[in-house]
Design a protein around this ligand. Structure first.
Ligand code: DUC
Ligand code: ZN
Ligand code: ZN
Ligand code: ZN
Length: 483
């Protein structure tokens, strides 16, 4: 059974042109004029683009005393409904737990995924066992390792652990990721704010100023340089962090930055809302910033100093958010956004001229497929690629509302925003998951996508090591020690 997408305009990260796309089984079989297949998908007036890849989700993740409320079924259905055809979720061992055991747990959770998925491995603790298991994780196709520089006393890694893990990544071809916030400073500011009686959700933002993020980003970049590895900075939210990434890239380092669609569009005034629930629902880390920071992130996306737009989808219900009434540090951190990323970014990016259509495809799909070593299986419209495709109607509109979303939570941080540009059809490995606007995702269809290690990239960066390679100095006389 074959499908052919006809009469559309193909938009990729580097080209815009008219052609039909023939899909046989789960792959793109041909691209050209006047193709025919068993079933025709009419793309008149629409753009045909690679499906979105969200490289930053937390589905059914144990966190801050609870579990995030979207699981692999509701989360991937939400993803597909908005044109995202692959997610990369964080496999999170509990401190002391075997990494391989954590992969088994995540594999069980993901059996009901409606679209393809991969994992990043979180380094939540450090020891000989983790060191020994890291190459085995890479053998399983999980080649990126996340480090939390925040969440002191829970997930946070110290600098010595981070250096050791980055060095291990360099040896095994792993790509380190960092959540860059100075966890010690955050913890101090939290205690100070609470002691002063600031216990509302607005204090969450005061406890995590941009400097906290900028400092950690700089530190992680320097440590990555010493270890000779590339670095991927998740949820880059401010100019201080962007500036560090920009500077490193200018020096030739492979450092990548990932703004979230929430940070691009929503700002810090959300926390000043007098409704406690409204503000708490928007508590995430890093917090929303002001307009200057947003402008910096948009500029980075068009200039290429920032490469990817993600969501950090980590959805908690209002009831879960209320764990933090009277103490903002107990509000589970996280917001949704999986189904809204593409329509919101299109509306605020392409719709305003801040992004070209090709840049839109690059930052929502192609760049991350390259960074994570899964291009052109994913992120491309080429013969032989997986048929993960969107037929995008640039004229379609809707007003975002929790009442009509796929996510399992009871609100939406983009509530009331009218988007222009929506997927009309979405195909996940050849199967239609959105049919003329109607979502018909199938649990269990999604498959794990294993990835190759990054040997070439890591080796290219190892020159710095030579400069500081320790050399013992031969001396003729050594003074007697002690007094
Ligand atoms: N930030 C969040 O807001 N939620 C999940 C984890 C994170 O780093
Ligand atoms: Zn994070
Ligand atoms: Zn995250
Ligand atoms: Zn299927």
């Amino acid at each position: 059974m074959s499908n052919v997408i006809k009469n559309g305009t193909i938009v990729t990260a580097d080209r815009t042109y008219k052609a039909d796309v023939l899909i046989e089984g789960d792959k793109i079989a041909a691209i050209g004029a006047n193709l025919s297949g068993d079933q025709v998908i009419d793309a008149t007036g629409c753009f045909v683009m690679p499906g979105g890849i969200d490289p930053h989700t937390h589905l059914e993740m144990p966190f801050m005393g609870t579990y995030s409320s979207d699981d692999f079924e509701s989360g991937t259905r939400a993803a597909l409904s908005g044109g995202t055809t692959m997610v990369v979720d964080f496999c999170l061992p509990s401190p002391g737990q075997s990494l391989l055991e954590a992969i088994d747990m995540w594999s069980n959770k993901s059996t009901r995924a409606c679209c393809d998925y991969s994992y990043h491995m979180a380094i939540t603790w450090w020891g000989e066992q983790v060191f020994d298991e890291m190459p085995k994780v890479v053998e399983k196709g999980i080649t990126s390792f996340k480090h939390f520089m925040a969440y002191k006393g829970a997930l946070m890694v110290n600098d010595d652990e981070m250096l050791a893990s980055f060095q291990r990544c360099a040896e095994i071809g792993g790509l380190p990721l960092v959540h860059a916030e100075n966890g010690d400073v955050v913890a101090s500011l939290q205690q100070k704010l609470l002691a002063e009686g600031n216990n509302g959700p607005e204090a969450h933002a005061y406890s995590r100023p941009p400097e906290v993020e900028g400092e950690a980003t700089n530190r992680a970049i320097m440590i990555a340089d010493m270890a000779g590895v590339p670095l991927y900075v998740v949820h880059t939210s401010c100019e201080q962090s962007h500036e560090a990434i920009r500077r490193a890239r200018q020096k030739g380092m492979r450092v990548y930055g990932e703004p979230l669609v929430q940070h691009l569009v929503l700002d810090e005034t959300e926390y000043a809302n007098p409704d406690w629930d409204h503000a708490a629902r928007r508590v995430m880390s890093p917090p929303f910033r002001n307009k200057q920071h947003q402008d910096s992130l948009w500029a980075g996306l068009s200039a290429g100093s920032l490469q990817v737009v993600a969501t950090d989808h980590c959805a908690f219900t209002t009831e879960q958010k209320r764990f933090g009434v009277g103490d903002f540090t107990r509000i589970p951190n996280g917001t949704g956004g999986l189904e809204d990323r593409l329509p919101v970014l299109w509306t605020y990016g392409v719709g305003t001229g801040r992004l070209t259509m090709n840049e839109f495809v690059a930052v929502t799909s192609t760049n991350i497929a390259k960074i994570l070593n899964m291009y052109p299986k994913k992120g491309a419209v080429v013969e032989g690629a997986d048929a993960d495709l969107i037929v995008w109607d640039p004229e379609a509109t809707k007003t975002i509302s929790a009442g009509s979303q796929q996510s399992a939570i009871d609100y939406n941080v983009f509530e009331g925003i009218t988007v222009k540009g929506l997927p009309k059809y979405v195909l996940t490995r050849g199967e239609i998951a959105v049919d003329n606007g109607t979502v018909q995702a199938k649990p269990g269809h999604g498959q794990f996508v294993g990835r190759e290690p990054f040997m070439a990239v890591s080796k290219a960066l190892s020159t710095w090591k030579e400069l500081v390679a320790p050399r013992k100095v031969e001396r003729s006389g050594i003074p007697a020690s002690g007094v």
